[in-house]
Design a protein around this ligand. Structure first.
Ligand code: A2P
Length: 291
């Protein structure tokens, strides 16, 4: 995620202890309703949704907890990080997908939240992984590594994704098979949810292709998605002609800095240009939350 939001992190809040923070008084508090742990590095959680919060699929908000008290002043400040909203915009609750970093200032604490706890959620969604930042096209590629799948979890449950494109291909590259659990379950949910099927129809569902790969553990498809693109293997696996065209292909990228840079080069090699909210084009990129 962009780091341009850091000044927000320092916004002053009423000083409260960690224990009290779990119960009361945070102006932007939301209640945790569900927590799921996938591996010792990954978890997801759901929170209540502020009644006034509207967002576009693919956007992120700042989420956090009160930090430790300053040893000199005793004051606490909110510790916030950018989190993509993983839930669809029609859902009553909000869902987030997070890494756990054992010495990470926020995630070392956030990984211990439980239903009933409160988190701070600034209700100002922003981001570039949105339909508005892409020009109309025929085929949408969503490329994720690790927790970079989160914004796509929202976009893939947005009927507009299937209305706007003839084909939607989502790739997810992780180190090992267990790290693919979250995306695998979301795709399964999309394919089997009766309400969603009613919304987008069998035709809409047939547009979706999920392409999971691992890099450090044996699985049906191994390798970095960047290498699979460059070698042409990905296209062959999907029965597609090799390459992309700026006339028809659109892409969204969300992962590590390395993935984002490598994919930018590959996509630009196909003639796609980077878009933004203010100037839509053929692809958009955002860094996944890493701290
Ligand atoms: P690798 O195992 O070869 O580093 P992480 O868990 O470190 O965020 O990585 C998530 C996945 O992203 C891993 O499978 C990793 O592969 C892959 N990855 C890391 N850097 C790149 C890159 N530059 N291009 C493509 N995939 C990458």
């Amino acid at each position: 995620m962009p780091s341009g939001h850091r000044p927000d992190i320092m916004t002053e809040q009423t000083p409260v202890t960690q224990a009290a923070a779990a119960k009361v008084t945070l102006p932007d508090a939301q209640t945790v309703t569900e927590v799921r742990h996938y591996t010792d590095r990954l978890f997801s959680f759901k929170t209540t949704r502020p009644a006034s919060l509207r967002f576009r699929s693919g956007e992120f908000v700042m989420i956090g907890l009160m930090g430790d008290a300053d040893p000199r002043t005793g004051k606490q400040k909110p510790l916030l990080r950018a989190y993509s909203i993983a839930s669809p915009s029609w859902d009553d609750e909000l869902e987030f997908y997070s890494i756990k970093v054992q010495d990470g200032p926020l995630t070392s604490k956030l990984q211990h939240i439980e239903p009933g706890d409160e988190v701070i959620l600034r209700p100002k969604p922003v981001g570039t992984l949105v339909h508005d930042a892409l020009l109309p096209g025929k085929r949408l590629w969503l490329f994720a590594t690790g927790t970079g799948f989160a914004p796509f979890s929202s976009l893939l449950r947005d009927p507009q994704t299937y209305e706007d494109y003839d084909q939607v291909i989502v790739t997810h590259t992780c180190r090992d098979v267990a790290e693919l659990t979250y995306s695998g379950e979301i795709i399964e949910k999309i394919r089997t949810d009766e309400l969603f099927a009613e919304l987008i129809g069998a035709e809409g569902l047939a547009k979706l292709t999920y392409y999971p790969t691992t890099t450090r553990e044996e699985s049906p498809k191994m390798g970095r998605v960047t290498d699979l693109l460059k070698s042409g293997e990905l296209f062959r696996d999907l029965g597609l002609a090799e390459g992309m065209s700026p006339d028809t292909d659109r892409a969204m990228v969300c992962g590590s800095i390395g993935l984002n840079l490598d994919l930018k080069e590959i996509l630009e090699g196909y003639g796609l240009r980077e878009g933004a909210n203010s100037e839509p084009a053929e692809y958009v990129v955002e860094k996944a939350f890493v701290g």
